[in-house]
Every structure is written in structure tokens, then in C-alpha cells.
Design a protein around this ligand. Structure first.
Ligand SMILES: NC(=O)c1ccc[n+]([C@@H]2O[C@H](COP(=O)([O-])OP(=O)(O)OC[C@H]3O[C@@H](n4cnc5c(N)ncnc54)[C@H](OP(=O)(O)O)[C@@H]3O)[C@@H](O)[C@H]2O)c1
Length: 293
């Protein structure tokens, strides 16, 4: 019997990246319900969708990801990033299936001076981070076994809106751009995260009769600031746009962002025998994919 895997958020960056990879997966059938089929703000819709289905894994890529907007719509952020996640975890638990949930570096306050490990103290600085943390906690409470929570950071891809696509557009229009240099983290190419998720789905440990629920960190390898990231985008795309370094205080936003959000990936690499690509090499692949599009 092929495994049936239900992926929420199939129209998002990570969802579309997964969709692009799973066509050739043998022994697995991936379903990508639309928001019309599965609306996470509507608990009746969630029940109705899962009621008549037989499945083995839920992968939750859906989220309210508009970090600044979340500050003015905390109920919606909580509904999608917390209450809906709690419901999905309860469904997964009652149906005795596995659950892979995606979370964020924004659960931390960004005051660390070395890469965050999974057990570091959490202290979200805004509505989005808090709602995602509550989502994580709901998964852990509802599913002491059989769930994998993956925190990631600075996601970009050839799909949707993201920093890379914004820089490419602005870089063609302007001679100079100012970009923040005092926020440091690691970009994550959604295509690489999607590969990592498929790797976990097929891993021996994940397919044991039962395994303990755990949090993992995943981003690409390396460290950079948004300023470095912008410079690399222009350099690799041969765009002639100068980048000026500015401080966070010179670019005020409704939501506070962490100054430091580098994630330590040792646990996921060790547990799932995974190799993670360096961020600039991943960026090169994304730029190539964008050109192909
Ligand atoms: N983007 C980042 O920089 C970043 C950083 C760290 C962690 N993450 C996490 O990584 C995961 C994937 O992020 P992403 O960048 O792929 O997100 P994304 O591109 O913003 O996609 C979000 C997805 O969630 C769906 N969604 C939102 N509200 C929904 C609802 N009420 N019902 C059903 N579906 C709904 C969206 O559907 P529609 O297309 O219909 O709106 C879309 O498919 C998320 O858990 C996010 O929190 C992202």
C-alpha cells in the first residue's frame, strides 16, 4: 500500500517546493488540498476534510506568515498558527498517524551570541513568533510521540514573495539600495527544506512503530546578514546595484525582529544523517530556477 501524505499550505513557498519534488516519489501519494478544501480558520472545514480520508502523515506547511500584519491581527495569527495546529495534531494523534510541523526562528528573542540549539530558552518578540510557539507547544502536548517539529529561518524560493525576488526586482530599478546589516541569520532555500522533509518521511527512524516527538532546527549552512544576502543576490545575478549597510533602527517595522537567529543544525544532521548545502550554493540554485521560469 502506498503511503498517503496530506500537505497543507500547498500554494506557499514550501508547499510548492514539495509539490515540485514529489512527482517521482515511489510508494508515496501526496495530496495538496487548497484553502477552499481545507480552511484552517474553520474547524468544521478541518473536521470535514479529514473525516473521510485515510492517510499516514500530515505535513503542515500552512501558516499566517505575514509577520508585520500579524501585529494588527493577532486572533487570525493565533487561529492559523496555534489553534489550527492543535486541531491537526489532535487529528493526527487520534488517527495514529505521523505529523511534521514547520516552525520558526522567531520563537527566540535573538539575543544569543552562538547558534541556537533546540533546547535554548524561547522568548518570542512579536505576535507571529508567539503564535508559532503556541503551535509548537500544542503539538508537543497533543502528540508526545510521532511528531517532528522543524524550526527554520529566512525562507526564500522561486515561488511567492520573498527577499530574493524583492531584491532582484529593486536591483533592476535602482542604482543603490540600503539593507539592514545588524540582523544576522541563515537563509533557507525552500527547495532544500522540502528535500529534507522528504528525506525524513523516508527515514528508518521516522518509520519506526513509535518515536518520541522532537524539535529540530533546519536552515542552509553558514551565516550572513540581510546586507550580505543582498550583495550575494546581486553578485550572482550580475546586477549592478550598490548595497548600503543600515541599522535596524533606520528601517522601522511594526514587528520587532531578532538581531541574531542562526540555528544550530547538529541534531537534525545527526538524527537523520543529512547533509545541508551552504547558503550561497543554495541561492545559486534558486537563481537558476528563477531564470528557468
Ligand atoms: N517565510 C519565511 O521566511 C519563514 C521563516 C521561518 C519559518 N517559516 C515557516 O515555514 C513554513 C512555510 O512558510 P512559507 O514561506 O512556505 O509560507 P507562505 O509562502 O506564506 O505560505 C503559507 C501557506 O499557508 C496557507 N494558509 C494561510 N492561511 C491559511 C488558512 N487559513 N487555511 C489554509 N491555508 C492557509 C497559504 O495559503 P494561500 O496561498 O491560500 O494564502 C499558503 O499556502 C511556515 O510554517 C512558516 O511559519 C517561514
Amino acid at each position: 500500500m502506498p503511503k498517503t501524505i496530506i500537505v497543507t499550505g500547498g500554494s506557499g513557498q514550501l508547499g510548492q517546493s514539495l509539490r515540485g519534488l514529489v512527482g517521482s516519489e515511489v510508494g508515496c501519494q501526496y495530496l495538496f488540498p487548497s484553502r477552499e478544501q481545507l480552511d484552517l480558520t474553520d474547524s468544521v472545514s478541518i473536521d470535514a476534510f479529514f473525516e473521510e480520508k485515510t492517510f499516514d502523515i500530515i505535513i503542515n506547511c500552512a501558516a499566517h506568515t505575514a509577520v508585520d500584519q500579524a501585529e494588527s491581527e493577532p486572533e487570525l495569527a493565533d487561529q492559523v498558527n496555534h489553534l489550527a495546529v492543535k486541531k491537526l495534531a489532535k487529528i493526527a494523534s487520534s488517527r495514529q498517524v505521523r505529523f511534521i510541523h514547520i516552525s520558526t526562528d522567531y520563537v527566540f528573542n535573538g539575543e544569543n551570541f552562538k547558534p541556537y540549539i533546540e533546547s535554548d530558552e524561547v522568548a518570542p518578540q512579536g505576535v507571529y513568533g508567539l503564535s508559532k510557539l503556541r503551535g509548537e507547544q500544542a503539538v508537543e502536548a497533543s502528540m508526545p510521540t510521532n511528531a517532528v517539529i522543524i524550526r527554520t529561518s529566512w525562507v526564500y524560493s522561486e515561488f511567492g514573495n520573498n527577499f530574493v525576488k524583492t531584491m532582484l526586482k529593486l536591483g533592476e530599478q535602482r542604482e543603490k539600495l540600503n539593507v539592514i546589516y545588524d540582523q544576522v541569520g541563515t537563509p533557507t532555500y525552500a527547495g532544500d527544506l522540502a528535500q529534507a522533509i522528504i528525506h525524513i518521511v523516508n527515514a528508518e527512524g521516522f518509520n519506526q512503530p513509535e518515536f518520541g516527538t522532537a524539535v529540530y532546527h533546519y536552515s542552509n549552512e553558514g551565516v550572513c546578514s540581510w546586507y550580505d544576502f543582498a550583495n550575494a543576490i546581486f553578485e550572482l545575478s550580475a546586477i549592478d546595484c550598490r548595497v548600503g549597510p543600515i541599522e535596524t533602527k533606520d528601517y522601522p517595522t511594526p514587528a520587532k525582529r531578532p538581531h541574531y537567529s542562526v540555528l544550530n543544525k547538529a541534531k537534525i544532521k545527526r538524527t537523520y544523517a543529512m547533509r545541508i548545502p551552504y547558503w550561497k550554493e543554495a541561492l545559486q540554485r534558486c537563481l537558476y530556477a528563477l531564470k528557468e521560469k
